[in-house]
Structures are given as structure tokens and as C-alpha cells.
Design a protein around this ligand. Sequence first.
Ligand SMILES: *Cc1c(COP(=O)(O)O)cnc(C)c1O
Length: 469
Amino acid sequence: MDGARTIIEPFRIHAVEPIRISTRQEREAAIEAAGWNLFNLHADDVLIDLLTDSGTGAMSRDQWAAIQRGDESYAGSPSWFEFLGSVQALWPLKHVIPTHQGRAAEKILFSVVGGPGKAIPNNTHFDTTRANIEYTGAEAIDLVIAEGKDPAALHPFKGNMDVPALERLLAERRADVPVVFVTITNNSGGGQPVSLANLHAVREVCDRFDVPLFFDACRFAENAWFIKVREPGQAHRSITEIVREIASLADGMTMSAKKDGLANIGGWLAVNDDRLAEQCRNLLILTEGFPTYGGLAGRDLEAIAQGLREVVNEDYLRYRIRSTAYLGDALDAAGVPLVKPFGGHAIYLDARRLLPHISPLEYPGQALAVALYVEGGIRGCEIGTVMFGRHPDGSESPASMDLVRLAIPRRTYTQSHIDYAIEVVQVVAARSDELRGFRIVDEPPALRHFTARFEPLASGLRDGVATRN
Ligand SMILES: *Cc1c(COP(=O)(O)O)cnc(C)c1O
């Protein structure tokens, strides 16, 4: 029916993976054994896994068929040419360099262009991008517009670059800036899109200062969908046309195929500059592999080639963006504090606002994430003081926000799975005053959120009874 209100999953299910239904008692034991860190759980003990949308999506029939066609020739495999053609149909950059993930592309690029004294601006650097830049001794600078830093500010393109701030940086430090980056969509800023107008404005500044412009393009198709539906004058255009226009502004890109490649592994680096490409390929051979397969098997190249053909499908993107907003709309209607507007791949719960009785250094995001798991087996991801609160000098301070991200794997869960997740969040939110904070009993020197172990703080303090949870 044309114009129906219900947007259906534009696929049927062809192979099923069982979900093991667990009891609350089992989950309590599992999370205690995991040191109250959701990364330490056995994934079989999770009912609905919203930890990340990276590499966790379902592949299509045609992707599995393409995997069978994978050709494992060491050099010049037909699967490489299939991959190259599919990438360049959307991103016609001259040199395409396959890597095992997005971060491998970052590592190679910044090893060549980074180094002490260099500065690399971005709307917001993703954590692996920042880490790879800083590892070379360079500085990673975030220049997102002010609205992008305010969880409650409503703006259709909260991922936009602050163009005057970029101009100021280049006016002062042009010689230090080897490349300007824009991340589409802006993952660390909540999956917020960047407008075509903003990308053109950034391009104009880069031209004026003669600096190359690169995109961290992990969610380029989701970003193109937001441009189509939110940006004036774009509604009549196809997603492919919009992506090609974005690509026409780029001197290069890094990509994780685990996002809008609709694959479980893979990525690439693409550049127009011949000399840069040669330097990057020399590093690729050291750590990833020969330039026609990078860090991937031929079958992976085939899966990505087919995934890229599917990801620009409008029925898919309408469903994808709507199904994320469906979760957000329901929680918003239930009064759960959220980051708005909703991004493309995830909904972010504002744990600091939901749990005002838990101070940031008692990790309200961790408390909420653990409660969602114990209550209903939902695994989200703390994005707050556990992730960002510890500094290189050993000090600790509250992160700017304490959020729990519920990321939606692509084509994986149905509406009833999401309805169940909504119910679990509502039940936990209704009893939020009973939640208690945590303390960290063991943590590594860096990236502590992956492996830290926690202990619940005493409960029952409201009654003056300091019993342990
Ligand atoms: C996931 C991601 C990366 C890194 O890609 P991996 O494939 O996980 O290495 C880089 N940038 C952004 C914006 C991402 O979302």
C-alpha cells in the first residue's frame, strides 16, 4: 500500500540464530562473574545485544552467495576487481587500498601524514581515529558546531563542522595540518549527520588553504539518507547521486565496512594522490597484505562488494533510520531522558539525568547499563566517565556526559525485539531511584572500559542500612 504508516522490514528471514532465554538469576550470576563489566560477558548470556552496530549486522542471501564466489588468488583476484568496482561506483577515488578494518586504514594513513607537531581537525574524531593520530605524536582536534555538544539541542545536522573554527585553525597553523577530516555520520557525537552544504563549505575552506579533505565515511549511506530527507532541495535525488556528490568533494577516505559495508569485517583507505598512495601501500604490505587483498580474504571482498550495492537501497535506509527512531520515539514518550535528535545507528540514554542520585564518579552510565542487562538481558554500552574519565596523568574527572548507547545492528532484530527492549528500559527507568553506583576495583592504564572490573556500591543507603547488593 502506497503511503502506509507502517514501515516494514524490507526482507524476510532466511536463516535464524537462536537466542537463549535466560533468567534474572542467571544474569545476576553472569554479570557478577564478569566483574560487572558487560564486555566480559559470554555473548550467549545476552538476549538482545545492542553493544555495537559494528560488524554485527546480518548479511543478505546475495552476500552469502557472493562469499561462495570468493577467489583466494594471492594477487589480482577477481574478487578484488569486484570489490574495487563496487567501491568506485560510489567513491570514484583513484587508489583504493583494502584493509581488515577501518582502524587499519587510519593507522596506515596517520603513520604517513601524522607525527609530532601535526594537528588533524575533524568534526569529532572517533576513538580509534584519535588514538591512531595521538600514537604518532600528532594532535587530534574536534571542531563540531556548538549544538553538536549539547545533548538536548535540536538541529537537523548536529554533526556539522564549525567552519569558522576550521578557518581560524588553518589561518594560524596551516603548516601543521596535513589533512582535514569530516566523520559522516558523526559517531562519537551520537551518529549525527553532516549536511551537504556543510561539506561544500568545508571543501571551500580546504581549497582556499590548499589542504586535502578526507572523510571518515563509515556511515555514508545513513548520512546520505538524512541529507535526502532533511536538507532542502535534496528529496528528489537518489542516495547514489548524493553519495557521489559527497565523494566528489573528497581527496581521500577511510572506511569501516563493518558499518555501511553491511559486512562483518573489512575496510579501506582511498586516496587520489599518487605519492601518498604509494607510501600507504608500502605500509600496507608490512602489516596487512598485498595491495589486492589488504587484510581480507577474497570472500570478504565479495561480501563487501555486494553489501555496498545493498546499502544505498532506499527501502533499506528508510527502514534502517525509522527503526532506530522507533526505539527513540517510544522511550521519549515514556519520559526516558535521551540525546536528541536521534542519530542513525543508535539511541543514547542520558544516565546522568535519569540517575541524579549517582554522582559521575560512581558511574551512572555503568549502573544503568548493568541494570538493563540484569533486568532483561539487554547489553548496551556505557559512554561516559568509565570510558573517558581517566586521564593520561592518572587523574580522574567526570566525562562531559554519562550516556548508555543502544546501538542497532543492521537487519538483525525485529520490531518485537525492540518492543521488548523498550519494555525493559521502561521498567528500569521506573525504579531508577533504587539503582546504585559502582567503584572500579581493577583497571588497565588505558582504554579501561574494555577490561575494568567493578564492585557495586552499598545499597539501601536511603534507609541508612549499608547492606551490599
Ligand atoms: C567503527 C569506526 C571506525 C573504526 O573502524 P573499525 O572497523 O572498527 O576499525 C572509525 N571511525 C568511525 C566513525 C567508526 O564508527
